[in-house]
Ligand binder design. Sequence first.
Ligand SMILES: NC(=O)c1ccc[n+]([C@@H]2O[C@H](COP(=O)([O-])OP(=O)(O)OC[C@H]3O[C@@H](n4cnc5c(N)ncnc54)[C@H](OP(=O)(O)O)[C@@H]3O)[C@@H](O)[C@H]2O)c1
Length: 254
Amino acid sequence: MYRASPLDGIALVTGASSGIGKAVALELARRGWRVALLARRAEALAAVVRERPDVLFPCVCDVTDGASVRSALAQLVAEHGRISLAFLNVGTYVPEADTGLDAASVMATFAINVGGTMTCLEPLIAHMKNQGGQIAVNASIAGYGGLPMASAYGASKAALINFCASQKFALDKLNVRLQLVCPGFVRTPLTDHNRFPMPALVEAEDAGRRICDGFQRGGFEITFPRRLSWTLKALNMLPYGLYFPLVARATGQR
Ligand SMILES: NC(=O)c1ccc[n+]([C@@H]2O[C@H](COP(=O)([O-])OP(=O)(O)OC[C@H]3O[C@@H](n4cnc5c(N)ncnc54)[C@H](OP(=O)(O)O)[C@@H]3O)[C@@H](O)[C@H]2O)c1
């Protein structure tokens, strides 16, 4: 099974203008990669590129626009050569109220978290198949099971987890290594809005190192911090009659 190397081609990181994507892009640069940084905000991308202008280059694009993604990736390959590693990291979280459902917000979350991942995956698989490639999709431990105030976010991440576990069978046959990233809480602009305690919070730079270590190890799931992710995995093996009261107590629900 293919294992990506900086000698084979460039890396692509989506959602690289801030947070986890920025940290992974900078860590890959430290580990010898040339990295294409994809996001919508040109100025924010330019600021990251200035940290390592020798090996980082911007790719301004909205992942919800399939045609733009296809043409941006084609341009990247034409200018910089083969993409051998891709970290599909774009995602959003819209805080939820417990007073009613906003269907438009749920669909917008799915359009970015699930749809935006698919628009990148399709051309990347076509590009990598047979010659080899490594793709990691950023989901979340929130996708393991239902958590309060995270129904749209958690369901979109659950969709990615199930999708990747299913696609792995097909991609193994195409010599494309697929990995799933399930972080716990990481300090980024996305979590800066959270008004609840975030257990076992990890700094973005630490998350970047752990994710890049996982790329090098090559196993299917990259998850951290272990004590939080394994606790959630264990909770999700319980009958719902036990799961709901335990999660309600742990998260301060009445
Ligand atoms: N932070 C956590 O605790 C945590 C935990 C588990 C999983 N995650 C996942 O990690 C990923 C990154 O999150 P983060 O915490 O680093 O958040 P963040 O700092 O808000 O980063 C999100 C990135 O996605 C880009 N983006 C958003 N919508 C986009 C679009 N339509 N097209 C292109 N780029 C887009 C943003 O850049 P532009 O605005 O410039 O486009 C930004 O670079 C997400 O998938 C999130 O669900 C985060």
